[in-house]
Design a protein around this ligand. Structure first.
Ligand code: E4P
Length: 217
């Protein structure tokens, strides 16, 4: 399973990259705004800084919601760097634009997906990735992981190549459960990724090893 980090924070991306387990980055307009990245030039510079830190795909989301605008923005984003993946919302105009990008050989990430039907459309349009938002479904008492499982079944039925990029990850167990289900990618906050490291028996065991070693010397 690929690990993407879900942030525009350069320090967190660097820390995740230093772990040696990072496969890519996803951003969205809210994450970019959270880092205070505003204005076309600053946004472009920020995407290029992210591409300099990681070797994998970097999702950059369009703001336009009309076909022509999405296509124009998406081609501009894709032209910035070979690692840039055009992130497009699951709307009618977005589906048309994903088909256009696919036919031009440009990678896409279909985002704001909350149903199997939407995921089916994303695959039919040729999206490289589909981003079902687990956490936001959980937040409204809907089982986000069940959606991941349903999409996995549907994609496997027809050997769709679109990769399931589980998004809106809230905690470490989301990562583990997505791995059990067979999501291709999780995009996660650094804290949830680092949560995979933690086990009290590891800490206790290492402490005993080191103490016994010290006693022996
Ligand atoms: C993917 O990149 C999504 O934009 C992101 O995971 C959304 O997460 P949130 O639901 O915590 O905003």
């Amino acid at each position: 399973m690929k690990f993407f980090i879900d942030t525009a924070n350069l320090d967190q991306i660097k820390e995740a990259q230093s772990l040696g387990i990072l496969d890519g980055v996803t951003t969205n307009p809210s994450l970019m705004a959270k880092e205070g990245v505003t204005g076309q030039k600053n946004i472009i510079d920020h995407y290029l800084k992210i591409c300099d830190i990681v070797d994998g795909d970097v999702s950059a989301e369009v703001i336009s919601v009309d076909y022509k605008g999405i296509v124009k923005e998406g081609e501009e984003l894709a032209s910035l760097h070979k690692q840039i993946v055009i992130k497009v919302p699951m709307i009618e105009e977005g589906v048309k634009a994903i088909r256009y990008f696919n036919d031009k050989g440009l990678k896409t990430n279909c985002t704001l997906v909350f149903s199997s039907g939407q995921a089916l459309l994303a695959a039919k349009a040729g999206a490289t990735y589909v981003s079902p938002f687990i956490g936001r479904l959980d937040d409204i008492s809907t089982d986000g992981l069940e959606l991941i499982g349903d999409i996995r079944d549907i994609y496997d039925n027809y050997a769709y190549e679109t990769e399931i990029l589980a998004a809106s990850i809230r905690h470490t167990m989301h990562i583990i459960d997505c791995a059990k289900i067979g999501a291709d990618v999780v995009t996660s906050p650094l804290s949830a990724i680092k949560g995979l490291l933690n086990h009290p028996l590891t800490d206790l065991g290492l402490e005993k090893f080191l103490n016994d070693h010290k006693k022996g010397n």
